[in-house]
Design a protein around this ligand. Structure first.
Ligand code: TYD
Length: 207
């Protein structure tokens, strides 16, 4: 049974984190050994880069920001994702390369071709088997964020930025069949039912 690589994506405040425990429990109940990880982050070095990248007082150009994200991703793939898959474990990553296309590409305007060069370089053919895209209207996401936490460097961006990030995610979802777009403005239970259906599908494919 080949292990699967699943990624979770969505604009800030889309509710991705609320579903992580459900996914964890679902896979555990079926005896699937899974490594849960996140980007930027997932290794000691990448978590240090994450802290720099998210700190509101970090002054960094778009090019440098992108290279730091991909440096973190290289370390994460090399030390965590590939070894886990090689050992037969599933991997669930809270964000992956689609976030760079959505945030640095869509949100900040970096050309997609430049991001693709870095993606090819670090991924070397590694692609998620399934990407769950938690989608909500930008206004709903902004309300949720404002209500729950202090905001990081990306979350502080204007509404237009998040709108462009959302559009970029949806454009990628339309392009790649590995995406499953979940209307995350619904009740948690409804979203969970869709997640369970999609995970079941992934499991069936393997049998
Ligand atoms: P996020 O995953 O939303 O974590 P939390 O739920 O703790 O806020 O935070 C990561 C932030 O990093 C998010 O705002 C998106 C941003 N990001 C990028 O801009 N590009 C990337 O390639 C990645 C992985 C994340």
């Amino acid at each position: 049974m080949p292990p699967r690589f699943i990624t979770l994506e969505g604009i800030d405040g889309a509710g991705k984190s609320s579903h992580l425990d459900f996914i964890r429990q679902w896979l555990a109940e079926r005896g699937i050994e899974t490594v849960f990880t996140r980007e930027p982050g997932g290794t000691d070095l990448a978590e240090k880069l994450r802290a720099l990248l998210l700190a509101p007082d970090t002054d960094v150009s778009l090019e440098t920001e992108t290279l730091l994200l991909f440096a973190a991703r290289q370390d994460h793939i090399q030390r965590v994702i590939r070894p886990a898959l090689a050992a037969g474990r599933w991997v669930v990553s809270d964000r992956f390369t689609d976030a760079s296309f959505a945030y640095q590409g869509g949100g900040r305007g970096l050309a997609g071709e430049r991001i693709a060069v870095l993606a090819d370089w670090v991924q070397q053919g590694l692609e998620p088997d399934l990407t769950l895209l938690f989608d909500v209207p930008t206004d709903v996401a902004q309300e949720r964020m404002a209500a729950t936490r202090s905001l990081d460097r990306f979350e502080r961006e204007a509404r237009d930025f998040h709108e462009r990030v959302r559009e970029a995610y949806l454009a990628r979802a339309a392009q790649y069949p590995r995406f499953c777009v979940l209307d995350s403005s619904r009740a948690l239970e409804a979203v969970r039912a869709d997640i369970a259906a999609r995970l079941s599908g992934l499991l069936m494919e393997q049998r």
